[in-house]
Design a protein around this ligand. Structure first.
Ligand code: SIN
Length: 298
C-alpha cells in the first residue's frame, strides 16, 4: 500500500513547527517537525497525544535522536515496560529492546523474529502495553515493512451475529504460545530461565476491549499470543479465533509501513495489531523499541 497524503486537507493539526498529516487509509498519520533536542512544549505534546488517539499509528519523519531521547519521549506517555528477553536490551538502556536480524561474532544482537505473527505488544501481561515506539537504525534495501490492522474497524465491521457471540467472552494470552515453534527454527529465542518464565505467566483479557481514552471498542485477540477463549471447547475456541483473525486482517483494515531512514513509528497497542513482514536474510535490519505500559483491559 503506497504512502499517500490527503489532498483536500494536507495539514490536520499544527503545534509550533509540528505538522500532522493523516494518511489516506484506515489508520495512520505522518508527523513532521518533532524536535526532541529541546523540551517538548505542552501544546505539541497534546497535539501528538490527540493524533495518536485519532489515528492509532503515528509516523514521525526525519528524526535523529539518541536512545535517551527516545526513552524520555516515550515516558511522557507512561511508565516503560522492560522486555523479558534481557539478552536483547540495548546495553545501558534496558528500556530499549533491539529488534534486529543482525549477528555479530555469530551471535544475534537483537530479536530477529519480533512480529513474525500478528500481535498487540505484551498482551500476555496482566497490564499490557499502551503503545510502542519503534525507531529505525538500519534498514534493508528490500522488504522489512510493518503492517498494522485497525482493531476498532475490525470490531465495527464484524457481522452482528458474531458481535453477539463474542461480546462478554474472555481469552487467555500467553508469551509462550508460539515460543517453542519460533525457537525451533530461529536463533533469536534463547531458552528462558526460571526467572524469565515467572515474568510471563498467562493473562486473561476480554475479547472485545474498550479503549480507556477514546471509549471505542476493539477486538483484542491475536494469532501470536491468544491461546484460547475461556470456557469454550478447544475446537470451538480455535474455530472462533481463526474467524476473528481472518476478519481483523482484511486488506481494508490495514496500513503497510514502508520504512524510511529517520522514521520512528508510535502505535497504539489498544487499537491495532501489527506484523513484521520480514526481509531477505542477508540484508541488515535494526530498530530500537520502547514499550509504554497501559491499563488493565476492560
Ligand atoms: C515488533 O513486533 O515489535 C517488531 C515489528 C517490526 O520489526 O517491524
Amino acid at each position: 500500500m503506497p504512502l499517500a497524503l490527503r489532498s483536500d486537507s494536507p495539514v490536520q493539526a499544527a503545534a509550533g513547527a509540528l505538522s500532522i498529516v493523516p494518511l489516506d487509509g484506515p489508520l495512520g498519520a505522518e508527523v513532521f517537525g518533532l524536535d526532541l533536542a529541546n523540551p517538548l512544549p505542552q501544546q505539541a505534546f497534546a497535539a501528538i497525544h490527540r493524533a495518536h488517539l485519532d489515528h492509532h499509528v503515528l509516523v514521525f519523519r526525519d528524526l535523529d535522536i539518541t536512545p535517551a531521547q527516545q526513552i524520555a519521549f516515550s515516558r511522557r506517555f507512561g511508565p516503560l515496560q522492560i522486555h523479558v528477553l534481557h539478552q536483547f536490551h540495548l546495553p545501558g538502556h534496558p528500556e530499549i529492546l533491539i529488534v534486529s536480524n543482525i549477528k555479530e561474532n555469530g551471535q544475534p544482537i537483537g530479536l530477529g523474529d519480533a512480529g513474525h505473527y500478528w500481535h498487540s505488544d505484551l498482551s500476555y501481561k496482566e497490564i499490557p502495553s499502551l503503545g510502542s515506539m519503534l525507531y529505525a537504525q538500519e534498514l534493508p534495501e528490500e522488504g522489512g515493512d510493518t503492517l498494522f490492522a485497525n482493531m476498532h474497524l475490525a470490531w465495527d465491521t464484524l457481522p452482528e451475529p458474531l458481535k453477539r457471540r463474542v461480546q462478554g467472552l474472555q481469552a487467555e494470552h500467553s508469551y509462550l504460545a508460539k515460543y517453542e515453534a519460533l525457537r525451533a527454527r530461529s536463533p533469536w529465542r534463547p531458552k528462558l530461565s526460571e526467572k524469565q518464565l515467572a515474568e510471563v505467566v498467562p493473562a486473561v483479557h476480554p475479547v472485545v476491549r474498550t479503549h480507556p481514552e477514546s471509549g471505542r471498542k476493539a477486538l483484542f485477540v491475536s494469532e501470536h499470543f491468544t491461546t484460547r477463549i475461556v470456557g469454550l471447547p478447544e475446537d470451538e475456541s480455535q474455530a472462533l479465533l481463526q474467524e476473528l483473525y481472518a476478519h481483523s486482517v482484511k486488506p481494508e483494515h490495514l496500513y503497510r509501513h514502508q520504512w524510511r531512514p529517520g522514521d520512528m513509528v508510535f502505535w497504539d497497542n489498544r487499537s491495532v495489531m501489527h506484523l513484521a513482514t520480514g526481509c531477505p536474510d542477508h540484508m541488515r535490519r535494526k530498530l530500537h523499541r520502547t514499550t509504554i505500559e497501559g491499563d488493565k483491559p476492560y
